[in-house]
Design a protein around this ligand. Structure first.
Ligand SMILES: Nc1ncnc2c1ncn2[C@@H]1O[C@H](COP(=O)(O)OP(=O)(O)O)[C@@H](O)[C@H]1O
Ligand SMILES: [Mg+2]
Length: 351
C-alpha cells in the first residue's frame, strides 16, 4: 500500500506531497488543475510509464529538465521507490536506495492499476495494450516471468539484427528463443485460465454480457513454436524481423462469435474493459494477498446511473487502496472518503 507520495515537476504540478490512507482517497478540484496528473504520477511510479502517453518527456513540467516521483509503502517490508525522468539522462528507477536495471522490481513493490475515461481503448485499439494488461498480471503471478521475458527480448533483438543483414547466424539464437518463447506463452495461458472465473463473474455482473476472452500466443494455434518459426523463415527474411512469437500475442474478446470492438457500444466497451482490470485485482487480492493501488479517474463520467451503481458496488467490494478524482468535493459515489485532497492551481491541500 502506498502511504506517502511526493511529486516534483510533473506536468502542471510543481511540488505535491500526499499522505495517503489505506482505503479511499479523494482528489477533487476544477478542470485542468492537475488531478489526473497526480494519478498519472502514482502510476508512473509502479509502471515506469504513463497511461496517457508513452512519451515520458511530455510529463516533465514545462521549463524544467526532469521530474521526480517518490513513494513510500507501509507494506511488510516497507519500500521506498523513486522514478526520475530527465531530458538528459532518460529514465532512472530506484528502490530502497538501489538503482534498478529493470522496472520489474518497482512494479512488484507498487502494484498500480488504472481505470480512466479512455479505458475502452483496451478493447478498441491494437494488441499492445492487451499484452500489457495480461503481462502485468502474469508478472505478479509467475515469479520468473520478468527474467524470462528479458532473455526472450534479448534473443529476439539479436535474431532481428541478423535477419536484417541477411546473415544465417540468426539460427544460432533459435534454441534460446524457442525455449523462452514457449515458457512465456505457457505462463500466459496458465494465468489467463486462472483469471477466467474472476473475469466471468465480473463482466457479467457489471455489463450483463458474456463476452468470451481468448488468447492467440503469437503463432498458429495448431503449431509448436519451433515449427512456426521454421515455417515463417522466408517471410522473416523478407521483412527483416521475426513475425511469430509471444511478442505478437493478442487477447481476443468476442460476443456471439463477433469481435467485441465491432458489436459493443462505447459504454459497453468501457464496462467490459473495466471488468478486465477489476478481475485482475480480485485475483491478486483473493489468491496472492496483494493489495493493489487502483487509480480511478473521474469514474462518474459517461456511465448512466444504473451502470454506475453496479460499478460502485464492484469497487466497494474490492479489497484495495483507492485513489480517485472528482470534480466535486464529496465522492458520495463510493461512500465517505478517508482522506480528501483539494487541488488548486499550483497546490494541493488536505482537507
Ligand atoms: N509538461 C507539462 N508542463 C506543464 N503543464 C502541463 C504539462 N502537461 C500538461 N500540462 C497541463 O496540466 C494541466 C493539468 O492537467 P490534468 O492533470 O489533466 O488536470 P485535471 O485532471 O485536473 O483536469 C493541464 O492544464 C495541462 O495543460
Ligand atoms: Mg482529469
Amino acid at each position: 500500500m502506498l502511504a506517502h507520495l511526493v511529486i516534483d515537476d510533473f506536468r502542471c504540478l510543481h511540488h505535491v506531497e500526499l499522505e495517503l490512507s489505506p482505503s479511499l482517497n479523494l482528489i477533487w478540484g476544477e478542470n485542468g488543475v492537475g488531478k489526473t496528473s497526480i494519478l498519472e504520477a502514482a502510476y508512473v511510479l509502479g509502471r515506469g510509464r504513463s497511461f496517457r502517453t508513452r512519451l515520458s518527456d511530455r510529463l516533465i513540467r514545462q521549463g524544467e529538465d526532469r521530474f521526480v516521483v517518490f513513494g513510500r509503502t507501509d507494506s511488510e517490508p516497507p519500500h521506498a521507490a523513486g522514478m526520475e525522468v530527465s531530458k538528459e539522462n532518460g529514465t532512472r528507477a530506484r528502490l530502497d536506495g538501489r538503482n534498478l536495471d529493470s522496472l520489474a522490481e518497482l512494479a512488484a513493490a507498487i502494484s498500480a492499476q488504472v481505470i480512466d475515461p479512455e479505458i475502452h481503448k483496451l478493447i478498441e485499439q491494437g494488441p499492445e495494450r492487451r499484452r500489457r494488461w495480461l503481462d502485468w498480471l502474469v508478472f505478479h503471478v509467475e515469479p520468473d516471468f520478468g527474467a524470462v521475458w528479458s532473455r526472450y527480448t534479448r534473443c529476439l533483438r539479436q535474431r532481428n539484427a541478423a535477419l536484417r543483414v541477411g546473415s544465417t547466424i540468426m539460427q544460432a539464437w533459435d534454441p534460446e528463443l524457442i525455449a523462452t518463447g514457449q515458457h512465456l506463452a505457457d505462463a500466459r495461458t496458465r494465468v489467463l485460465e486462472r483469471l477466467r472465473p474472476f473475469w466471468q463473474q465480473t463482466v457479467e455482473s457489471l455489463s450483463g454480457l458474456q463476452p468470451v476472452l481468448s488468447m492467440s500466443r503469437g503463432w498458429a494455434q495448431d503449431e509448436e513454436f519451433d515449427s512456426a518459426l521454421r515455417l515463417a523463415i522466408e517471410r522473416d527474411r523478407v521483412r527483416g524481423s521475426t513475425t511469430v512469437g509471444p511478442h505478437r500475442m493478442d487477447i481476443h474478446l468476442r460476443l456471439h462469435g463477433k469481435a467485441a470492438r465491432d458489436v459493443l457500444s462505447r459504454g459497453q466497451q468501457k464496462l467490459v474493459a473495466a471488468s478486465m482490470v477489476l478481475a485482475q485485482i480480485k485475483l491478486l487480492t483473493a489468491e496472492l494477498g496483494i493489495r493493489p493501488l487502483l487509480l480511478l479517474d473521474d469514474p462518474a463520467a459517461e456511465l448512466d446511473s444504473n451502470r454506475l451503481a453496479l460499478f460502485v458496488a464492484e469497487i466497494r467490494a474490492l479489497n484495495c487502496q483507492l485513489l480517485m478524482t472528482s470534480l466535486q468535493a464529496e465522492a458520495s459515489l463510493l461512500g465517505t472518503p478517508d482522506r480528501v485532497f483539494h487541488v488548486k492551481q499550483g497546490g494541493v491541500k488536505r482537507v
